[in-house]
Design a protein around this ligand. Sequence first.
Ligand code: NAI
Ligand code: MG
Length: 325
Amino acid sequence: MAEQIAIVPGDGIGKEVVPAAREVLESVEPDFEFAEADAGDAVKEETGTALPEETRELAASADATLFGAAGETAADVILPLRRAVDSFANVRPVRAYPGTEALKPETDLVFVRENTEGVYAGHESEIAPGVTTLTRVVTEAASEEIARYGFEYAANRGESVTIAHKANVMRTTDGLFLETAESVGAEFDVPTDDALMDALAMHLVQRPEEYDVVICPNLAGDVLSDLAAGLVGGLGLLPSANVGDERALFEPVHGTAPDIAGEGVANPSAAMLSAAMLLEYLGYESEGERVRSAVKATLSSGPHTPDLGGEATTGDVTEAVLAEL
Ligand code: NAI
Ligand code: MG
């Protein structure tokens, strides 16, 4: 049966890069069934809600969702959408491509970030005026799930794993995270190391080439992946996946880019690389690799959008990628 793909462009340049990525998907897998739905600032203005129930239901039933970005309403859209697909892992590959101005051209790593708990579990309170607290949640079940995903990812690619943590201070919570991840790792023939997340931040800047798969708790993954993104220069290049057992949601890391929205010059590479991850998730591995190679070839020889120093439009780049395919 044909896979169902939900398309949720959202606001701003989401409406420009997601259609470009959809064209790429249609070109490599003509049998996908697409269904499009609204979310974000514009639909909130019209209807009073940023995430209409039909959009949430579409993501919750489709095999995979390709999402663009939402503006001011981002948190009201993306957090419920991630829950709608039951995603436990946030996967962010950070890779420098030839033809772009990366600070560290040798960067090629992937963050596998726990996506459901830690300090983002939502247990915050004001216990007295001027006094606030936050409860950090770390469970063995979620730690095992994220670790297993990360080790399988590394094993499939012949890569190493680094477990990021701060178990020397957060002995109970990160102690459990580290211990659980290490015991999962013992089942795999994968070179494994662990690193204190503050020292890791420095090492990532100095020697990003030493890292492959970095398994991290929620907040650490959020911060460290943005730090590493700075090493490859350019939000227009970074894809991501929110992975669950049954379904998943794919999105460029960037937002709605209000400064360039509507001009037709957004870089569609991040959305297309997200589409490549979508293909791989659904088992279309060679198609995913074809898309990645076509984007890579276009980045290396041009045309380039203005964020990469060129004068091309989103349409020019899309045509070039389709021609490569
Ligand atoms: P942003 O990622 O939208 O833009 C940051 C800078 O990068 C801008 O100068 C923009 O022009 C540039 N940029 C981003 N993507 C690009 C692309 N594909 N091609 C060329 N240039 C690109 O981040 P910002 O400005 O912090 O946020 C703008 C809006 O987006 C906010 O309303 C924010 O809430 C929302 N946002 C939504 C996200 C989501 O829905 N997942 C994630 C991040 C931000
Ligand atoms: Mg973030």
